[in-house]
Design a protein. Structure first.
Length: 462
């Protein structure tokens, strides 16, 4: 298997690759390619991959380059992990959202649309390059908004793309907490879910061989149900209050949310979520100060990484990733690991991920941006049968899907009219005329977008 990491100098890469190398037969005769404009970072990561204990059993090349074509030529999998958010627009965007009382996030929000416009040209350039030098390759997108980017590539290029989200694991934490009052991850939960990324619904499943609904009913429908206290692990009580809302939803409609992301649940409980997670980001602190802090923190991590990389301390490989060894520990829980292993010919893996519907979810157009459950093995990505959106949430999900589908098309072509159309389709604050004012001010915040997007202002005046 040949796998290419865009953003190959990211500190996320080494812990993921260490876990992937446990299935070393997938890499025999293949390569790991690290593509990054900051070549010294990619080189440091590459050298540490070759030094880690797992690499001793592998017969593959490790390459680092700033040349995109070299990194993509003949690749089987492109994994995109680059960051789209940056300062000062990150803080300014969240503060502006708070001013207008609208949700902000890097995904299922209006703010997510502007991030899509920022990252689209780069990701489409990767797809165009793959069409030329690796047409059979598969693109895995971890950068948010994953649903928009995956639909953009699938609907506007010949490359197959899949948007994967760390939130896939949320229900494996949420359900043990809600049902048994136990703060643990349970990998025996096998759920089928459909919706949009960050707002999908569990349709059915099993837990230790028992029907999932049977287990949830026995606990969550009780009048004396209450959520456990996570104490210091949840200092702001955001998690427990979010799970409380999910239980309320289940008790009323018999529907469980798949992934407890607040920007998804906010579309069902707007006032409650804004009380739980107020939006003003670091109020009273200048954005220049926040940007400097963010840059300094990142540089500190890289200095630590370089120092260890240039040393001879082999104990760095022993401490677990989950014991705060995030630079060098093996991250066996990253969602990328089983997906990449399955695509490389390993064990079949069932995942809920983002891609156009293509008939996977009843009642949606083929090009609709959705999240649904599928089985992955080698180059085969096969949707699980009989997926749908539970009543009475079909209408909301259809609107959110339409918003993201139009958005994906608009950013694929840098089309300011379609971009404005997408934002008008976003089903929040529709009766508030200040919404268009908010969008225009967001164009000021995201001043680094391609200049053509500024023309979107003309379409907000009606």
């Amino acid at each position: 298997m040949n796998i290419t990491f865009i953003g190959g100098g990211s500190l996320r890469v080494l812990p993921i690759v260490r876990s992937l190398l446990d299935n070393h037969h997938n890499f025999d005769g293949g390569s790991i390619r690290l593509v990054d404009l900051q070549l010294e970072r990619a080189e440091a990561v590459g050298r540490m991959i070759k030094r880690c204990p797992e690499f001793k059993n592998v017969n593959c090349q490790v390459l680092w380059t700033s040349n995109l074509e070299k990194g993509l030529e003949g690749t089987d999998i492109l994994y995109i992990t680059m960051a789209i958010e940056r300062e000062p627009s990150h803080t300014l965007g969240y503060r502006l959202a708070a001013e207008y009382n609208i949700e902000a996030s890097d995904n299922l929000s209006a703010n997510g649309a502007f991030l899509a416009a920022r990252g689209a040209n780069a990701i489409m350039s990767f797809a165009r390059m793959m069409e030329r030098v690796s047409p059979d390759g598969i693109m895995l997108i971890f950068a948010n908004p994953v649903a928009v980017f995956s639909s953009m590539v699938n609907n506007n290029s010949k490359i197959k793309a899949l948007g994967i989200c760390a939130g896939f694991h949320n229900h494996k934490w949420d359900l043990p907490r809600m049902v048994y009052g136990e703060d643990r991850h349970d990998d025996t939960i096998a759920a089928v879910a459909a919706g949009v990324n960050h707002l999908s619904f569990i349709l059915r499943g099993e837990w230790n061989g028992r029907p999932l609904k049977e287990i949830m009913d026995a606990s969550l429908l009780r009048d004396d149900w209450k959520i456990m206290d996570l104490g210091a692990k949840d200092p702001e009580r955001v998690t427990v209050r979010t799970l409380d809302l999910m239980q309320r939803l289940y008790k009323r409609f018999g529907v469980m949310i798949f992934s407890s992301e607040t920007d998804g649940i906010e579309h069902l409980f707007p006032e409650e979520i804004r009380k739980i997670s107020p939006l003003p980001l670091n109020p009273g602190i200048a954005v220049e100060t926040l940007a400097a802090r963010s840059k300094a923190a990142l540089e500190k991590h890289f200095r630590e990484f370089f120092a260890k990389a240039n040393g001879n301390d082999e104990s760095i490989w022993i401490q677990s990733y989950h014991d705060n060894n995030h630079l060098f520990g093996k991250d066996s829980h990253d969602i990328a690991n089983p997906v990449l292993a399955a695509l490389g010919g390993g064990k079949k893996f069932r995942i809920t991920a983002s891609a156009p519907s293509r008939g996977a979810v009843r009642g949606f157009p083929d090009d609709a941006a959705l999240e649904y459950t599928m089985d992955i093995q080698e180059r085969n990505i096969v949707p699980v049968p009989d997926q749908y959106i539970p009543a009475p949430f079909h209408g909301l999900i259809a609107e959110l899907s339409e918003y993201q589908t139009i958005l994906a098309d608009s950013v694929a072509h840098n089309d300011p009219k379609r971009f404005a159309d997408a934002l008008e389709a976003y089903p929040v604050m529709r009766s508030d005329r200040k919404r268009q004012e908010y969008y225009c001010r967001m164009l000021d915040v995201f001043s680094d977008l391609p200049p053509v997007y500024q023309k979107a202002r003309d379409y907000f005046k009606w």
